[in-house]
Design a protein around this ligand. Structure first.
Ligand SMILES: Nc1nc2c(c(=O)[nH]1)N[C@H]1C(S)=C(S)[C@@H](COP(=O)(O)OP(=O)(O)OC[C@H]3O[C@@H](n4cnc5c(=O)[nH]c(N)nc54)[C@H](O)[C@@H]3O)O[C@H]1N2
Ligand SMILES: Nc1nc2c(c(=O)[nH]1)N[C@H]1C(S)=C(S)[C@@H](COP(=O)(O)OP(=O)(O)OC[C@H]3O[C@@H](n4cnc5c(=O)[nH]c(N)nc54)[C@H](O)[C@@H]3O)O[C@H]1N2
Ligand code: SF4
Ligand SMILES: [Mo]
Length: 905
């Protein structure tokens, strides 16, 4: 295994004013925290590659990371502060925010204001936001979108280990014997880690991978075993494992006796969860369960890798605990290749946890309910006050906005209208709130529509600070270009407002000073009580900070170079130094199906989009893989609803409605459907999944149950369906629409309840374009193009079904400077030439479509490598490799059938 370990020393280039230069930074997206090398010339970023020496990725990047530079153009950026829609100076904007906050606090008390922040902030931004709210305003009302993401994992680690500490590293994933991935679609959501796992498994074929998920995801391509369990039943699965361990000599009794407490009760509670009972409860076979339980029992090393399918649950803390219980009971923790590994989603969810950005934390892993900690933090800050009780967690915070208990909110780097459950409730809360301040980088998103004050923040590439990844590794996110327009760094905006509110603890000259103060607080009177100790970084000079190489905490006298392995000595951060077992009584989801809402609604991520699409939605490179929010549905359910691929479904929940295209998908369980989280009102009229979830939360963590909703499905038909392709923006009024970015502009799928009387007029009014308009009609179909000086600028097809057009062909014709007569003819007939008949894009890096890949498979490419050799697909970022493998397994067996399919359709 030694060739998996890092050998090359890490470069830590200095940011130089001169040019051209190479700046080492960190990817803007997921919690893997990949290093990126950015080439800069003439004040602009000109190239981007994975940092070869960064210990998260060793040079690899996934498709989102490799496309970072395609998302940085200034279109749609918020570049100046605004009050009530009018541009104002920074001075005026920060005066106004400070005055309004002070005024509301004076009239209604400190708990009448709140911050709702985000794991996309850097640690320094986060630290100051927390300091201002808890130490100066004196309220606990600061919470973060990480509440929706990993607050259950935090609560469980805290309860079990005494501190929120992730006890594993990425190398453990490569050095384990058994990897259980549960509630994680890592192939799409943590792709570089997935590729590291894939490589480790290639090198060590004895390594086993088990995937536990109600859906058969792309991640299953690596799985030796797949447990397709009933949603929400993981607590029973892991209770069953605990019981199995006790019956099959799987316990490490020495470890239990020496290093843990509470085992007897935890086991007694799990005792009734026999394999047979678990099989029935989770709706999987006894054989499948036994195989996986035996694997865990027999493997000396095992990692459970868990993410949103576990955390986003009304009993998420207990589910995390049921996993931790199994690792403690078998002593599979604190050593190489072992441990319960919660994988974080956002780039800096971990940094937020370190500074105390959640309403139930204080700062630097100190507790808001502990008077000694309160005293410590207040003395360190020398602050006028300190919040002495927990603040409102995300869902409560918005409830309090709605009830008027909280009158002002400052939202930073998150889009709650799209991401919090029950969108109607969030809308009502923001409408009713006296003052909504939003710091964001974009001009428009669903939440900004409710902002009284908009503050332009610097995004990735312009901002500068640190982030912590899923394995406790702090990396620098370095600025490579100057802030655009009047944008300011989030920490500076907070500093300006705090100072104008009259507070003195915010006079930092540089971002490195903020980091140092945070590091000093982790050190302050720590005395070994908290593992989070950055004392080794607390005296960094600005130069050292700028050159800081990635490092895993703790960083202190004992571990000056950082520390990969924690809890190796079996000593935990609890008062007794022992890890805590907690008995778990498995609960089913709060949102239940009924005759009215008979389908379980699952939600999550797609490979190429990031959250609410404010960045990834901007580039055609990331939009081509999936251009609309499908509802994925089992073939039998589709049959029952009399729908086929691309038909429309009305999705109704007790909270609201959405409308989506159908994708028939045998990878779903019967009676369950899946919808991606990304689409919102900036991209679709009815595509936001948050309309469909109730705000049911875990009682301990407050994390929302965002994976198991209950919905009714009904076929939805329109009179007219229009496929629109345009180089300029539209003023669209339609009953249904969804938009996607293309190489030439935008494409829209539009549907109308009543057919438009005059299709040409509709196009002309919607576009406002003048040019040469050409039309062709055939029964109830209309084909309309608009040319300007012979160049195609607009194209639309009207039909009574969704018109299908080959995207690769459109890209080609829109790029032509002057269209040939024959091309115009084929456009008006809607018939693409065969060479463009590629099908849905699979490889975003080399733009290789599904049909091309299927043909190569039938011609004998029987491995992902062979496809790569022939078509290049999968050879750059590798994110599509699981899909390529899936296509091979689907199509290599039946070449004759496939050829017929291609010939007929
Ligand atoms: N491409 C992409 N990558 C991302 C992001 C993104 O937006 N796009 N976001 C990042 C963020 S912030 C996060 S939090 C992570 C999330 O990373 P993941 O947690 O891997 O992503 P999800 O798709 O939300 O959900 C994971 C899986 O949980 C499954 N699941 C649902 N219910 C259950 C259940 O009851 N039990 C089990 N065992 N599984 C269940 C779903 O079917 C889904 O496949 O991704 C990060 N990476
Ligand atoms: N049903 C359902 N709901 C979910 C989930 C699910 O799986 N299912 N997942 C949940 C999870 S895990 C997460 S993490 C959330 C994510 O949900 P959100 O946090 O709401 O999504 P983002 O699109 O990341 O929002 C980030 C916003 O901040 C802006 N921004 C980006 N960088 C910066 C910056 O540096 N400074 C400032 N000031 N602004 C910036 C972006 O333009 C964008 O508007 O969604 C949650 N909601
Ligand atoms: S896996 Fe992809 S999105 Fe995540 S940090 Fe690495 S390059 Fe960025
Ligand atoms: Mo997340």
């Amino acid at each position: 295994m030694s060739d998996l370990l890092p050998t090359s020393p890490l470069i830590s280039p200095v940011i130089k004013a001169g040019e051209p230069s190479l700046i080492q930074s960190t990817c803007a997206y997921c919690g893997v925290g990949c290093g990126v090398d950015i080439g800069v010339a003439g004040g602009k970023a000109t190239s981007l590659t994975g940092s070869a020496a960064h210990p998260s990725n060793y040079g690899r990047l996934c498709v989102k990371g490799s496309n970072l530079l395609n998302t940085i153009d200034l279109t749609g950026r918020l570049l100046a502060p605004e009050i009530a829609g009018e541009q104002v100076s920074w001075d005026k904007a920060t005066d106004y925010v400070a005055e309004q906050f002070n005024d509301i606090i004076q009239k209604h008390g400190k708990d009448s204001v709140a911050f709702y922040v985000s794991g996309q902030l850097l640690t320094e931004d986060y630290y100051l936001a927390n300091k201002l709210m808890k130490g100066y305003i004196g309220s606990g009302n600061i919470d973060t979108n990480s509440r929706l993401c990993m607050s259950s994992a935090v609560s469980a680690y805290k309860r079990a280990f005494g501190e929120d500490v992730v006890p594993c590293t990425y190398q453990d994933l490569e050095q384990t014997e058994l990897l259980l991935l549960t509630g994680s679609n890592a192939a799409w959501t943590h792709p570089v880690l997935y590729q590291r796992i894939e490589r480790a498994k290639k090198i060590n074929p004895a390594m086993k991978v088990v995937v536990i998920d109600p859906r058969k995801t792309a991640t299953c391509e690596l799985a030796d075993n797949f447990i397709q369990l009933k949603p929400g039943t993981d607590g029973a699965f892991f209770n069953g494992l605990l019981q199995f361990l006790s019956e099959n000599q799987g316990l490490d009794t020495d470890y239990i006796a020496q290093y843990t407490e509470g085992f007897e009760l935890a086991l007694a509670t799990a005792a009734s969860w026999t394999t047979a009972k678990v099989a029935e409860f989770c709706q999987v076979s006894i054989e499948e369960l036994t195989t996986v339980y035996q694997l865990f029992c027999r493997s000396k090393k095992a990692i459970t890798f868990y993410s949103m399918g576990i955390n986003q649950s009304s009993s998420g803390v207990d589910k995390c605990q049921s996993i931790i219980n199994c690792h403690l009971a078998s002593g599979k923790i604190g050593t190489i290749g072992n441990g319960p590994f919660s994988i974080t989603g956002q780039p800096n969810a971990m940094g937020g946890r370190e500074v105390g950005g959640l309403a139930n934390q204080l700062a630097a892993h100190m507790d808001i309910d502990n008077p000694i900690h309160l005293d410590k933090v207040q003395r360190f800050w020398q602050s006028p006050t300190i919040a002495n009780k927990q603040g409102a967690k995300a869902i409560d915070l918005f409830d309090k906005l709605a009830s008027g208990d909280i009158k002002a909110v400052w939202i930073m780097a998150t889009n709650p209208l799209v991401s919090l459950p029950n969108r109607d409730k969030i809308t009502a809360a923001l409408k009713q709130c006296e003052l909504v301040v939003v710091s964001d980088c974009v001009e428009k998103n669903d939440t900004l529509a409710f902002a009284d004050v908009k503050l332009p923040a610097t995004p990735w590439l312009e901002k500068n600070g640190t982030v912590t990844n899923s394995e406790r590794r702090i990396s620098r996110q370095r600025n490579a270009v100057l802030p655009a327009g009047q944008a300011k760094h989030d920490w500076q905006i907070i500093q300006d407002v705090a100072t104008k509110m009259g507070f003195s603890g915010f006079d930092f000259n540089e971002v490195s000073d903020v980091f140092k103060e945070h590091a000093q607080l982790t050190q302050f009177e720590n005395n070994g009580e908290r593992l989070l100790d950055l004392s080794g970084l607390s005296q960094l000079t600005t130069k050292e900070y700028n050159e800081l190489a990635p490092i895993q905490w703790p960083v202190n006298e004992s571990y000056p170079e950082g520390c990969a392995r924690v809890y190796a000595d079996g000593k935990f951060t609890t008062p007794s130094s022992k890890a805590q077992f907690i008995p778990v009584a498995p609960q089913l989801p709060i949102q239940r199906t009924s005759t009215k809402y008979p389908f379980v609604l699952n939600s999550g991520r797609l490979r190429d989009q990031w959250h609410t699409m404010t960045r990834t939605g901007k580039t055609h490179k990331l939009s081509a893989h999936t251009d609309k929010p499908y509802l994925y549905l089992h073939p039998k359910d589709a049959q029952g609803l009399a729908v086929q691929n691309n038909d429309m479904l009305m999705i109704t929940a007790s909270t609201g409605q959405a409308i989506a295209h159908v994708k028939v998908d045998e990878k779903q369980r019967l009676g369950e459907c899946f919808m991606p989280i990304h689409w919102n009102q900036s991209y679709a009229s009815h595509g936001n999944v948050s309309d469909l979830y109730q705000s049911s939360v875990d009682p301990l963590s407050g994390q929302a149950e965002s994976k198991q909703g209950a919905v009714a499905l009904r076929k939805k038909a329109y009179k007219q369906y229009i496929s629109v392709h345009t180089t300029s923006s539209l003023s669209l009024s339609a009953d249904f629409w969804v938009k996607s970015t293309t190489a030439y502009g935008d494409t829209y799928q539009v549907a109308l309840e009543e057919s438009t009387a005059d299709a040409l007029l509709w196009c002309q009014q919607t576009t406002g374009l003048s040019g040469e308009w050409l039309t062709f009609s055939e029964e109830d179909k209309f084909y309309i193009v608009c040319l300007q000086a012979g160049k195609l600028v607009f194209l639309s097809y009207f039909s009574t079904n969704w018109p299908e057009i080959e995207p690769a062909w459109l890209e080609h014709v829109f790029a032509e400077e002057k269209l040939a007569f024959a091309t115009i003819q084929s456009l008006l007939l809607g018939i693409a030439s065969d060479e463009f008949n590629q099908g849905k894009q699979v490889c975003s890096c080399y733009n290789v479509g599904e049909k091309t890949i299927k043909i190569a498979i039938t011609q004998g490419c029987s491995s992902v490598d062979a496809l790569g050799e022939k078509l290049k697909c999968g050879t750059k970022c590798g994110s599509c490799k699981p899909e390529l493998a899936n296509l091979i397994s689907q199509h290599k067996a039946s070449p004759i059938e496939l050829v017929t399919e291609l010939a007929t359709g």
